[in-house]
Ligand binder design. Structure first.
Ligand SMILES: *Cc1c(COP(=O)(O)O)cnc(C)c1O
Length: 356
């Protein structure tokens, strides 16, 4: 049997997340404030008839609401089963087996996974010592697809607009700009899609909208690029339940989402100050999490876990960033939530630091 499995598939581990029941889970950057109340209301009121029928094949009503949300009436939109689905479909639409995909490193963990599944060759470009993306090197890799993530996961750092524009203007192939954390960032990048018909911006309902469990993401850009991604995606990828909840959230809850994103930003800054006071190195984040390179990451992670607080441990990262050189490539990524949760984290962290 095993010799029948495609080589790219056989080599992939199953995705294993680090979280436990009854724990305070700060490991996956989802929203600890939950989903918008209006979305929960329509989910409760959902009729049996609605669930018995197939959803619309490409969620055209939701596409329209997303266009209004990002303020781009002329862009095209494709929605998918999480933005993961959009990233995977974009690779499938443009990458033939053996083609190159360039990205910075470290970046979103799913990129190497989808690259491998699509038999693409991953070309990792180090960050510049100042933390920005190396735009010239990304372009020099002459790749079929160039993936950028800003603010970047796991570092939380936003790339400079100038560097992103350089890549968008000069990259040979398709550019994917992943803005999963756009709502927490001071820089708006959505308008960049008018610069190039080869750019797709990818966003999600999993973070600021608090709806990761519904699996809904979207990409927007020129009609040509979006049409190709939609074809590669295939019909019926988004459930009627997700479509209705997202449409309602965009119609009724934008203010709620903005307020909670602002709270996350406020708590992120407060948490960053406190962690630095504890002597930890914290990169300046534009997202709803903070990145803490420390050579004691493993011990702190274990000690937090013993106290019921789950954060993400990252190891084996490239050491081009000076902070990661100093920590020997290990770090913690900690999600930001309501302040009472952050207080529990900090209490556990103080104890953890004493035994680390
Ligand atoms: C969380 C995250 C996503 C969202 O994935 P979904 O499939 O929409 O849940 C996409 N990109 C990055 C960089 C992320 O951190």
């Amino acid at each position: 049997m095993s010799d029948l499995i495609r080589r790219e598939v056989a080599g992939l581990p199953l995705y294993d997340t680090d979280s436990g029941a009854n724990a305070i889970d700060l490991s996956d950057n989802t929203s600890l404030w939950g989903a918008p109340p209006a979305a929960l209301r329509v989910l409760r009121e959902m009729s049996s008839a609605a669930i018995a029928r197939y959803p619309s094949s490409y969620s055209s009503e939701l596409q329209g609401a997303i266009k209004r949300y990002v303020g781009l009436d002329t862009a095209s939109v494709v929605v998918g089963c999480g933005s993961d689905d959009i990233l995977d479909s974009t690779m499938r639409a443009f990458g033939s087996p053996g083609d190159r995909i360039a990205c910075c490193s470290p970046t979103f963990v799913m990129i190497p996974v989808f690259a491998k599944l699509n038999a693409l060759e991953l070309s990792a470009v180090p960050f510049m010592p100042d933390g920005d993306i190396d735009a010239e090197e990304l372009v020099a890799r002459r790749s079929k697809i160039t993936y950028l993530c800003s603010p970047n996961n796991p570092t939380g750092v936003a790339a400079s607009r100038a560097a992103i524009e350089f890549v968008v203007d000069r990259a040979e192939g398709v550019v994917v700009l992943d803005c999963a954390y756009a709502e927490f960032s001071s820089e708006r990048l959505d308008d960049l899609v008018s610069r190039s018909e080869r750019l797709i911006i990818v966003r999600t309902f999993s973070k600021a909208f608090g709806m990761a469990g519904l699996r809904l993401g979207y990409g927007f850009g020129s009609p040509k690029i979006i049409d190709a991604v939609a074809r590669a995606r295939g019909p019926y990828k988004v459930t009627r339940v997700a479509e209705l909840a997202a449409f309602t959230a965009l119609s009724e809850s934008q203010e709620w989402v903005r307020e909670h994103a602002a709270l996350a930003v406020e708590n992120r800054e407060r948490l960053t100050r406190l962690l630095r006071q504890l002597g930890l190195v914290v990169l300046s984040s534009d997202a709803n999490f903070v990145f803490v390179p420390t050579e004691h990451a493993r011990a702190i992670h274990a000690a937090l876990r013993a106290r019921g607080v789950w954060v993400r441990l990252l190891s084996g990262m490239p050491t081009d960033l000076p902070e990661l050189a100093a920590s020997r490539g290990v770090a913690l990524r900690i999600g930001v939530g309501p302040w009472d949760v952050m207080e529990t984290l900090i209490t556990a962290l103080r104890e953890a630091l004493e035994c680390a």
